[in-house]
Design a protein around this ligand. Sequence first.
Ligand code: NAP
Ligand code: MG
Length: 476
Amino acid sequence: MTWDYAPAPESRAIANLKPSYRMFLDGEFVEGSGEPLKTINPATEEVLAEVSTASASDVDRAVKAAKRAQDKVWGPMSGAERAKYIFRIARMMAERSRELAVLESLDNGKPIKESRDVDVPTAAAHFFYHAGWADKLDYAGYGPNPRPLGVAGQVIPWNFPLLMAAWKIAPALACGNTVVLKPAETTPLTALVLAEIIQQAELPPGVVNILPGAGDVGAELVNHPGVNKIAFTGSTEVGKIIQKSLAGTGKKVTLELGGKAANIVFDDAPLDQAVEGIVNGIFFNQGHVCCAGSRLLVQESIAEELLEKLHKRVSTLRIGDPLDKNTDVGAINSRDQLTKIQDLVATGEAEGAVRWTSACPLPDKGFFFAPTVFAGVSQAMRIAREEIFGPVLSVLTFRTPDEAIAKANNTPYGLSAGIWTEKGSRILWAANQLRAGVVWANTFNRFDPTAPFGGYQESGFGREGGRTGLEAYFDV
Ligand code: NAP
Ligand code: MG
C-alpha cells in the first residue's frame, strides 16, 4: 500500500518578495550601474524580482568604502564591540528565519524543509559562533593581537546562497576585516535580505557591501588592487582562473572548489542506516553539494542487497514544489545546470553504466531531474571522475579495504569522504588514509561552524570554520 500526502505548502507571502532589489554599498541600498538581472524561481520559471547589478565603478566604490570602514572604524574597534554587532546579526537572522527560508527556496529551488532546518539555522549559527571568537582572538593560536588583513573580496555560488554568505562574512568580521561580497547571479535575494539585517543591526557603513552581478563583477572584485584577501567558493575551473590572476599580487586567497566524494560502505555496515546516509549524501539539495557523496563504493559481497534497498528507498523520495513541506528533492537551480546533468548522464549510458531512475512523477513546469543511480560504473567513466552536481549517484564496488582506499583516492579532487562500518578501528584506519578535507563516519553532510571545512588538490585550499578557519582572515 502506498500513502499519498496532501500538499502542505508554505505560504510564499512569508518571503516578503519585492518586485525589485538594490545592491548594498557603503551602508545604503543603491541602484547599481550594471544591467539589472532578473532572478527566477527554478521550480516554475517565473521571474521573482529584478535585481540591480554592479559595474566596475561600483566595485571600486565598494572596495574604497570597505577600506575606509576598516581603517577608521572596524579595524580599531575592540573585539568585544565587534562581537555585539555580529551577535545582533545572528539574532536578527533567527528572528527572520521563516522569511529567509521561504525566500531561499523560491530563489534557489531547494526544499523548504532543508532551507528551514539546515541552511538558515546553520547560517545563523555561523554568526553566533564567530561572535564568540571576536573578543578571544588573542587566544586563537595566532599570537597576541593578531592583525586583520583589511578588505576581503568574497565570491560565492548558488547552491547554498545564504549559508555561503554567512561562512564568508562572519569570520571576516570577527577578525576585524571588512567585506565586499558578490552573490551568484541566479540566487542574489537572501544575501540582499542579509544586507537589510546588517543595516538594521547598525553596522557602520562600508563594513559589509553586497554587490550582485555575473562572473565579470566577481572578476572585477578579485582583481581590484584595494582588496587584500580573496575567498572564493565555486567551480574548480573558475578557481584556477582566480589563482592565476592573483599570482604575484600578495593577496591572501582561499579556494573552496568542486568535489567527487567517495562514500564507502564496508560489509559490516548497518545497511539500513547506510542507505539513509547514501540518500542524504547525494540527494540532499538535489545533489548540488560540493561535498556530495557522489561516488558510492560498496563492498562486493553486499552490493546486490544494498542496491536493492537503495532503489526501494529512493523510489519513496518525493520530487516537486520546493515550498511543500513534504518535498524531498526540489528543483535544479537553472536550465544550464539541468543541461549539464543531462549531458553527463547521457555519457554514463553511452559508456555502458547501468542506469536506474526513480519513476517518481515530475512537475511539468520548471527544472527537475529524477533521482538516478548508476551501477556497473568503472573508474575511467566520466560519471566516476567528473562532478555532476545533481541527483545522480555512481556506484562502484571493491573487494578489500585497501582497494576501497585506492579507488576513493583515485580522483583529482579531495573535499570529503564517508565511511560506513561498525568497527571503530576501521573508521580510524580508513580516515587516516583518505585524502579528503572532511571525513564523515556513519553519517554524511553534517555541517557545524566549529569544524573546519575545505579541500585538497583540485578541491582547493584553505579552511573555513572552526579555529582553523580564522587563519584565512589574519595577517599571519
Ligand atoms: P562558478 O561558475 O565557479 O561560480 C561561482 C561564483 O563565481 C559565482 O558567483 C560566479 O558568478 C562567479 N564567477 C564566475 N566567473 C568568475 C570569474 N572569472 N572571476 C570571479 N568570479 C567568477 O560555480 P557555480 O557553478 O556557481 O557553483 C558550482 C560549483 O561550486 C561546483 O563545482 C561546486 O562543487 C562548487 N562549490 C564548492 C563548495 C566548497 O565549499 N568547496 C561549496 C559550494 C559549491 P555567476 O553567478 O554569474 O556565475
Ligand atoms: Mg533564482
